[in-house]
Write a protein that binds this ligand. Sequence first.
Ligand code: DQA
Length: 148
Amino acid sequence: MKLLILNGPNLNMLGIREKHLYGAQTYEDLQLNILKRARELGLDVDIFQSNHEGELVDKIQSAYGEMDGIIINPAAYTHTSVAILDALKAVNLPAAEVHLTDISQREPFRQISYAGMACQAHFIGLGFEGYGKALEWMKENAAVSPAQ
Ligand code: DQA
């Protein structure tokens, strides 16, 4: 099973940005953590981070016919991007939303998740473990696409 793991803007600043919210571990630590969990579960992952909405849209589109599912933390674009929502709907792959923090307990503008509307599973406020849970969910729930 091949999965696309997408991370949005400022997640590359983990370990530097708002440590009281996001912790002291870096983006590299997050990638290593995801790779380790994926290896344990026997999953192939392509991890991609961008600060640019269009690049995230392009990457979602490129998953069509190539990937078996998408795990996405759209970061700030969660709350603004209809383009990311539409891209997820367009490729129609199993999708899971991850947020390190519990956005339901934060500012009112974080209460809406556009991308989340196209996701079948949500792992919110679990820190790095949210990605691990999303990988487990994918293994259990996403069907492997037939060979191209
Ligand atoms: C975030 C939550 C978003 O509201 C915020 O803009 C982020 C990170 C999270 O993982 O908790 O950048 O997606």
